[in-house]
Design a protein around this ligand. Sequence first.
Ligand SMILES: Cc1ncc(C[n+]2csc(CCOP(=O)(O)OP(=O)(O)O)c2C)c(N)n1
Length: 365
Amino acid sequence: MPRKDILRLSVPYLQVLDEKGKADKELEPDLPPEELVRLYRAMVLSREGDQRMLNLQRQGRIGTFPPGVGQEAAFCAPTLALKKKDWFVGAFREPGARMMRGENLARALLLYNGFEEGNVAPEGCERTLPVSIIVGAQTLHAVGIAYAMKYKGEKDTAVLVFFGDGATSEGDFYEALNFASLWEAPVVFLCQNNQYAISVPRSRQTRSRTLAQKALAQDVPCIQVDGNDALGMYSAAAEALEMARSGGGPTLIEAVTYRLLMHTTADDPGKYRSKEEEEEWRKKDPIPRFRIYLEGKGLWNSRKEEALRAEVKETLDAEVRAFESMKDFQPDAPFDYVFGTPHPWIEAQRAEFLAELEKERSENA
Ligand SMILES: Cc1ncc(C[n+]2csc(CCOP(=O)(O)OP(=O)(O)O)c2C)c(N)n1
């Protein structure tokens, strides 16, 4: 018997807003003006927040942190498609998205200054998991949450999980996809393919022609999107989230984007990539592109831009002041959050740590 194909798979690609800010009329999402402006503000706040943190880091006022500059469309637009009762499971490179969920810069400043309090969600910021530094691990948490919701009969709710291209080389990611598929879990996997895992370019991580296709082995639908196109990112995420909420199971979205700055402030990208490459991607910056679109619709102008920049500056000034005026941190706070209930080993470690601290203090007194 001759061989025959028993399966043919394909990966769709979506771009709504081209690099010049022109939208494909047929694909344009039906978003009300206030939502479009809210998205633009979130992207600008994210960019300015990163810049402020960069300044503070260079002045020695905070520790190291991972900027999201260049990727604002990839993380803010899908977050716009979330409802309050949906879950946000982030990695560590979605600053503006976290602020859309109700976190603030002061909290990020706490976290990147080493205070555990920065990992505690502020009031009103529900169903938003803290930063996950362990690359890829959060995909498992997301599937666990999605499965638990299904098991408990909670309807019309989905989980959105972010991770990078590097995470798709981790076992956790494949395990998460496998179980999400098997259990038809209401989860949307959002890979921010920013081309690098620290200094390792995507070409040295995988020969897969797309990262989206990694879902196909699990029969999970997938799509590759221009990750610097806010409208494309919104549409793809809104559709996938709606499918998840209505019982249709998971989706993998690959956002093709670029990290315009360093991996973290401890990294020097000049060691592993060229200025020319960075310049090419600067031309695709998601923020000016989206602004042109808003201007074309009559929703934006230079007066509004000026007002927004002033408002954002004021917001960030207030956050920095709030952070720098905080006192009385609890040095043993990390021990509170290892398990949900007290554990004798953890308590023993806490006691040892506090005793050590006391000893250091009396020696330095
Ligand atoms: C399990 C694990 N391995 C290694 C690291 C060290 N590490 C931190 S970030 C990073 C690269 C992550 O790349 P990617 O997933 O593409 O995300 P990006 O940093 O580009 O946003 C690595 C290897 C880690 N935090 N966790």
